[in-house]
Write a protein that binds this ligand. Structure first.
Ligand code: C2E
Ligand code: CA
Ligand code: CA
Length: 502
């Protein structure tokens, strides 16, 4: 968090990301995991065993679970299922490859076995998820879950590399929550609820979680058809130059007009689309639509950039950059006039995959904006290497800025840092005149928010421009829309290579 930076007297230069891999040191290191030696994979393990970890297979675990549940019911005692998922495992795989990832899974299995003792049935359910059947009488499931989570706050050393993976744990109990094979799904649902709130904790199953999950599946199913049914739509919100009040850009924001639920917020359905493998299709639709709209506006003489939001999942797909490049060419658009907004947390994911994606965007020459800035762990040197031209201060800081000293300091720090890095700063979520005035006074370059304009249809943008001009500049001119001009070009060679405008 930037907040750490502000509290750090050594200032900006000491801002180092504590990202997954390589974050060794202090209390995080010196784990007893470090002393463990790697064990070779079981290449000829019987089908009853998991090939990677050597634990019993999921099928065997489920069969055993049903047997034990029946026995527990006969004996009138309870039984408990613990479902554990690694946090941050995808980053390990992205950064170090699958062979290394498999080694982490093997070490995790060994570690879980050590903590649970030799008798508790333990299996790898799938990917980085494990299940433990705790039916030893007298022990506390809660204490075991806590122990598991706590033990994963230490650094794991694999092949000389320090790896930080956390653990999210869900618990379901029979007979309280039901019985049979559904117990596994219930514990998994509890684990996912932990992940949703940031991971590294444990939670007991709650029937409400199941209801939420059902709703999520319904949304995912209907979202799958939303493109074909023409239920998706893009609306656009202007970004305004703080000095000239001209429109420098419009940001495309996705809307889903659901026939019965009404307008579903992208904040709700984008994470579901990501989780259920729908983000690629939706992201492609957004990209194609925004490129076509940008071309139409260009033809109409509106000279502002068009920005889209790019999800982390899109960034990790090779085809995204290729599609973007093809689309820009097909519409005859200058890459530097099209913006990709990428959240700070994705931008700071220092993995080979995201590094490669950013360098592809840099090669194409699109304008890159770091969204929700101030909410993630920023690493100054990583930020300097990114082909970014713009930082967007997260809405939360803008809304708190007038009554919170801390939020104001964060805004100021972002502005100072951006100046040092020659980046433009956009403040989003500007709702009041007081916020606007303070941001202008602090030297913010561009403003965006309900105070100026709400997100609106492409057609309404043209009409709004005409109305806005009456209040903002008195006369309507197409030149109300202007290019964003970087205060100092941070990437002169790249820009030179792009050549002139269209
Ligand atoms: P974001 O990129 O940070 O977008 C800003 C959000 O703040 C938008 O919400 C916008 O409507 C809202 N907003 C703008 N000005 C104000 C203001 O003055 N006050 C308040 N309270 N809110 C304001 P929206 O449209 O609901 O989008 C939410 C998030 O969904 C976006 O946050 C973005 O992360 C994501 N999203 C939207 N469209 C897309 C898309 O096409 N693709 C992807 N991957 N994500 C999208
Ligand atoms: Ca955005
Ligand atoms: Ca934002």
């Amino acid at each position: 968090m930037l907040i750490d930076l502000i509290r750090d007297p050594a200032g900006l230069a000491t801002m180092v990301a504590m990202l997954g891999v390589g974050a060794a040191g202090g209390a995080w290191a010196a784990s007893r995991w470090c002393r463990r030696r790697a064990r070779p994979a079981r290449s000829t393990a019987p089908a009853d065993f998991d090939r990677v970890t050597g634990l019993m297979s999921r099928a065997r675990f489920e069969a055993l679970m049903l047997e034990r549940l029946a026995a527990a019911e006969r004996e009138g005692r309870g039984i408990c299922l613990i479902y554990a998922g690694l946090d941050g495992f995808r980053l390990v795989n992205d950064n170090h490859g699958h062979v290394f990832g498999d080694e982490v899974l093997r070490r995790t299995a060994e570690h879980l076995r050590e903590l649970c003792g030799p008798d508790m049935p333990l299996c790898r359910v799938a990917g980085d998820e494990f299940a433990i059947l705790a039916d030893a009488p007298g022990h506390s499931d809660d204490a075991l879950a806590r122990r598991l989570v706590e033990s994963f706050t230490e650094t794991l050393k694999v092949g000389g590399q320090a790896v930080s993976v956390g653990l999210s744990v869900g618990i379901a109990k029979a007979p309280e929550h039901g019985g049979g094979a559904r117990l596994l799904g219930m514990a998994a649902a509890a684990m996912r609820s932990v992940k949703r709130s940031g991971g590294g904790a444990h939670a007991m199953f709650d029937p409400q979680i199941e209801a939420q999950q059902r709703e999520e599946f319904t949304i995912a199913r209907e979202l799958r058809q939303a493109i074909e049914k023409h239920e998706l739509e893009l609306v656009y919100q202007p970004k305004i130059d703080a000095q000239s009040l001209q429109v420098t850009a419009v940001e495309a924001l996705l809307r889903w007009r659901h026939p019965t639920l009404g307008a579903v917020s992208p904040a709700r359905f984008i994470p579901i689309a990501e989780k259920h493998g729908l983000i690629k299709a939706i992201g492609n639709w957004v990209l194609d639509k925004a490129l076509a709209q940008a071309a139409e506006w260009r033809r109409a003489g509106l000279r502002m950039r068009v920005a889209i939001n790019v999800s982390g999942y899109q960034m990790r797909q090779d085809e995204f950059a290729a599609r973007l490049e093809r689309g820009l060419k097909a519409h005859g658009l200058t890459p530097g006039r099209f913006t990709c907004e990428i959240t700070e947390s994705v931008a700071m994911e220092d993995t080979a995959v995201t590094r490669n994606a950013f360098s592809r965007l840099g090669e194409i020459g699109v304008h890159v904006s770091i969204d929700d800035f101030g909410t993630g762990h920023s690493n100054l040197s990583a930020l300097r290497r990114l082909p970014a031209e713009e930082l967007k201060i997260d809405r939360a800081f803008v809304s708190d800025m007038l009554h919170s000293e801390e939020a104001r300091t964060i805004v100021l720090t972002i502005l100072q840092m951006a100046r040092a890095l020659k980046l433009r700063v956009v403040a989003e979520g500007v709702e009041t005149v007081a916020q606007r005035d303070l941001l202008v006074m602090l030297g913010c370059d561009e403003l965006q928010g309900y105070l100026f304009a709400r997100p609106m249809s492409a057609r309404a943008i043209g009409i709004w421009a005409s109305d806005a001009s009456k209040t903002l500049t008195q006369t309507f001119r197409a030149s109300l829309f202007k290019e964003t001009v970087a205060c100092h070009d941070p990437h002169p060679t790249r820009k030179a290579a792009q050549g002139g405008g269209n």
